[in-house]
Structure formats: structure tokens, C-alpha cells
Design a protein around this ligand. Structure first.
Ligand code: ADP
Ligand code: TRP
Length: 332
């Protein structure tokens, strides 16, 4: 029996290179060895109140881009979270035994309280219970996510174990973070500080769907500095970030060439960024072309979403039926 894997991404727009190298490539590799459920976390995204017009477009982007990156709907179960109402039902049951204190202590909740004090809703507080429901609904044991999600997984284990204790059943297994790669990659952004993230704005991200022109333009504006002033100087963050990006998309020779120029103080950032842009375009092009094709094929997308929802519900219904009976709901 293959082990079960669950992972989700909140639909908040298009996927960027950070999402690709940090998450989606991992999904693609895992699908052949595990029983994988990859879903689009549209219920989670409601905490930030997307408009009805935006919501569907965001979900569509992620679905198209998952497929374009190589997640195979015959191999894995790809579904949209809101198509599986059993998740919301399990969320309700888990909430009955999730305590205010532990939810308030979650770092992601505390961050939100700080960053958006005028929208501290109950959905944000119970975000970890919904995430636990996503994972427990399929009794998953492995969850491919980044370090920032470690605490949510710990809470998932707490909620699952608590349920088991409460109902004297060895029902939910424990799920742990998992990375296929030995080392988690962190893809830097273009603004000279920190990782590539949508919260840094469009100019900080290279999207999988970006056209060659868009990539050239964004790269030409990527933050650099006045240039090295002594030989073999340590690179400041903005420059190191661009070298890290080059390590991801360019050949080892190209990287060594520009590293040499930097060390000899002979680097011209214009040429460096142009090369990086062209290598990104080479990397992106096949994915972008598939995105363009798939975006036009609504019939296919509908088929994939329905097939995924059916497969996910089959597994979810079984869990909910067991859970209802453990809780003590009985038909008359
Ligand atoms: P964003 O920061 O743009 O809002 P998300 O938080 O929605 O991205 O991330 C979705 C997934 O992509 C998560 O699994 C996260 O770990 C991964 N991810 C996002 N940005 C990066 C990055 N710059 N490097 C590596 N992985 C990333
Ligand atoms: N919280 C995750 C993130 O922000 C997204 C997510 C929701 C998720 N439910 C999940 C990831 C279940 C893995 C499993 O990246």
C-alpha cells in the first residue's frame, strides 16, 4: 500500500518560481511513489475575502498551472477544496476540541493579528483546524510543505491524537512534513530582500505564465548595487539573491562565468541580468505554452475538476462515515 500524501496551495493569483521550485516540483515527483491528493485551498483563501469575481479566476489559475507543471490527474487526485464538503464537516467536529489558547498561540495567527488588525476573523483563528481537516480527511501521513507550516502540522497531530483519545480509537495517523528534495529550496525575489512572494508585489515575482517580454522587463528592474569594490568580496543580499536565481535556472558554466567576473570586479550587472532573463525564459517557455493551451480548454478543466472531486469525495466520505459513528451519531 502506498502512503498517503496531502498538500494544498491557497489560490491567491498566479504561481511564481518560488511556488514552483518550493512546492509544485515536489508534488510532481511524489505522485509516482505515493497516493497523492493535491488540492486548491479555496476555503482557506476566504479568510482574506476575495471578491466572487476574483475567486474563480484564482482557482482556475492554480488548476491550469498544476496541470501545466506536470501534475497528472490520472496519477494523483487533484481537486478543489470547496468541492469536497466533507472537509468542512470534519472541520466542524475538530473545532469542538480545538482550544482558544492553542489556536491563539499559533504563529501564523499572531502574524495576521499584527498585519491585519482590522480583519481578525474566526476563520483565521481556526485556520489550523481547517488545515488539519484537509490532512485527516484522507488519513495522510506525509505533507509536502515548507518550514513555515511545521507548527500547523504539529497542531494537526494534536487534533488527530485528541480525537483518538476522546473516542478511544486508534483512528487518525500522525502526519509529518516531507520534502522529496534533500534540501528545501528557497527561491529569492527580485527586490533585493528575502524570498519571492506575492506579498512583495508583482515586480518581486517571476510568474510561470509571464511572457518573455515581461520577464526581460522585470529582470532589468531587479535590484542590484554599485558593484564590487574589492576582489572576492562577499556578495550583499540583493546580489546573492540574483546568483541564487541563476543557480536555479542557468547552467553551472554560466554561473561560474559570472561568479568569476564578480570576483574580479569585472561584472556588468546589465549583462548578468540579461543572461538570467534569457535562461528564465528558456526554463519558463514550455510551461507557459502549456498554460496557454490549457487555459483555453474549459471542457478539459471541468473534466479534471469533476474527476478529482469524485476521487477525493470517495476517500472523504469513508472518513466522515467512520467519524460520525465514532462520535455517536446514529441513524434511527
Ligand atoms: P506566497 O508567499 O507567494 O504567498 P504561498 O505562501 O502561497 O506563496 O506558497 C505556496 C507554496 O509555495 C508553499 O508550499 C510555500 O512553501 C512555497 N513557496 C512560496 N514561495 C516560495 C519561495 N520563494 N521559495 C520556496 N518555496 C516557496
Ligand atoms: N497552509 C498552507 C499554506 O499556506 C496551505 C494548506 C492548506 C495546506 N491546507 C493544507 C498545505 C493542507 C498542506 C496540507 O501554504
Amino acid at each position: 500500500m502506498k502512503e498517503t500524501v496531502v498538500s494544498g496551495i491557497r489560490p491567491t493569483g498566479q504561481l511564481h518560481l518560488g511556488n514552483y521550485f518550493g512546492a509544485v516540483t515536489n508534488f510532481v515527483k511524489m505522485q509516482y511513489d505515493y497516493n497523492c491528493y493535491f488540492f486548491i485551498a479555496d476555503l482557506h483563501s476566504l479568510t482574506t475575502h476575495p471578491t466572487p469575481q476574483d475567486l474563480h479566476g484564482y482557482v482556475r489559475h492554480v488548476l491550469v498551472e498544476y496541470l501545466a507543471c506536470g501534475i497528472d490527474p490520472e496519477q494523483s487526485t487533484i481537486y478543489i477544496q470547496s468541492d469536497v464538503p466533507e472537509v468542512a464537516e470534519l472541520y466542524l467536529y475538530l473545532n469542538m476540541n480545538a482550544y482558544m489558547g492553542e489556536l491563539e498561540r499559533s504563529t501564523s495567527f499572531k502574524d495576521k493579528v499584527r498585519s491585519q488588525p482590522d480583519n481578525v476573523n474566526a476563520g483565521l483563528l481556526t485556520y489550523p483546524t481547517l488545515m488539519a481537516a484537509d490532512i485527516l480527511i484522507h488519513k495522510a501521513v506525509k505533507v509536502p510543505v515548507g518550514k513555515d507550516q511545521e507548527q500547523h502540522l504539529e497542531m494537526t497531530r494534536t487534533f488527530g491524537n485528541r480525537f483518538n483519545r476522546l473516542y478511544h480509537a486508534d483512528y487518525f495517523p500522525e502526519a509529518f512534513a516531507f520534502s522529496y528534495a534533500q534540501q528545501l529550496v528557497k527561491v529569492p525575489g527580485l527586490d533585493g530582500k528575502g524570498k519571492m512572494s506575492k506579498s512583495g508585489g508583482d515586480s518581486n515575482c517571476i510568474y510561470l505564465a509571464d511572457s518573455p517580454e515581461a520577464i526581460r522587463k522585470k529582470m532589468s528592474r531587479a535590484v542590484t548595487d554599485g558593484g564590487p569594490t574589492v576582489e572576492n568580496q562577499a556578495k550583499p543580499e540583493a546580489i546573492q539573491n540574483l546568483f541564487d536565481l541563476m543557480k536555479i535556472v542557468s547552467s553551472a558554466d554560466t554561473l561560474a562565468h559570472f561568479d568569476g567576473l564578480y570576483n574580479q570586479m569585472a561584472i556588468r550587472y546589465g549583462d548578468f541580468k540579461k543572461q538570467l532573463a534569457e535562461d528564465m525564459i528558456l526554463f519558463n517557455s514550455p510551461i507557459r505554452e502549456r498554460i496557454e493551451e490549457l487555459s483555453k480548454d474549459t471542457d478539459y478543466l471541468r473534466k479534471v475538476a469533476r474527476h478529482g472531486a469524485e476521487k477525493a469525495r470517495e476517500s472523504a466520505r469513508k472518513t466522515i462515515s467512520d467519524v460520525r459513528s465514532l462520535i455517536g451519531f446514529k441513524a434511527f
